[in-house]
Design a binder for this molecule. Sequence first.
Ligand SMILES: Cc1cc2nc3c(=O)[nH]c(=O)nc-3n(C[C@H](O)[C@H](O)[C@H](O)COP(=O)(O)O)c2cc1C
Length: 308
Amino acid sequence: MKKKILIIIILCVFLMSGCINNKKEKNNNTSSNNSVVLYFSATGTTKSIAKKIATKANSDLIEIIPKDKYKKEDLNYNSDCRANKEQNNPDARPEIKNKIDISKYDVIYLGYPIWWGTNPKIILTLLDKYDLKDKIIIPFCTSGSTDITTSINDLRDYNPNLDIKDGKRFAANASDYEIKDFIEKSKIDINSKDKEINKMKVIINDNEYIINLENNSAAKKLVELSPLEVEMAELNGNEKYIYLNDGFPVDSYKPGHIEQGDVMLFDTSCLVIFYKSFDTSYSYTKIGHIDNLQDLGKESVKVKFEKN
Ligand SMILES: Cc1cc2nc3c(=O)[nH]c(=O)nc-3n(C[C@H](O)[C@H](O)[C@H](O)COP(=O)(O)O)c2cc1C
């Protein structure tokens, strides 16, 4: 009899674990855009909004859990509480307890409460610890009344290589309509950005070409700066170059070989179009490639970069 009960219990546990696994898989499979809602919440307000966004956006949901949980007295901002101390200390990086696997996501809805006008320091811990460079980050926050803009500017300043969208602040009692509207707007943002960064137009001395862009921040920066009209100087019988005023996000490497038509960034602000192939020992950040680029001759050239 005892044996029978034991078998039934084991069977139930087995079936239940199967159900749980299936449920998680189903949730992942139905994610429409490889997105995750990744959030920190000290008292549950951001958590509640995060859950609603995840449901409506069909996204996965991951909490950023602090190693030392914030107790009530840690959040009493009228005192010299832990949260205040952290916000006032530029070096504070509260530890994150859980390991977060963001590798499979292209889009991250990043949620946090506003603390003293900006993001809690644990969000900087996240940015330090995880490589979010090729992700589209859509921030959202909850707060008593403070808007999200300052926190977004702070995050962009903290890591200019990240693609951080404008995002939205929610009140604790945000309506379903507001949440749906936020998701719809962010989807337009995601799709249009994808198209935009794929290709751009370049006109060199009245001849029109297409640059097939790399999927990196330097290429995005060139798109952002466009339309851009410049005179590019001749160098070495194989390249035209110009030093731009703006610094670019750099992801340099030694390509070993340059192909005719490569568009590269040398250092942080020197934009180069190569019109001959050759071997090189220099480091560059690749921006893209122009197919069928002709020999550009010995003189400087007038170049116009335009959004496609
Ligand atoms: C230390 C601390 C500082 C805060 N600073 C602000 C602030 O500058 N502006 C604001 O509108 N709300 C501020 N708040 C309120 C929180 O942003 C708000 O209660 C938020 O919804 C809490 O989210 P949570 O429950 O997910 O932690 C602060 C709260 C704390 C604990």
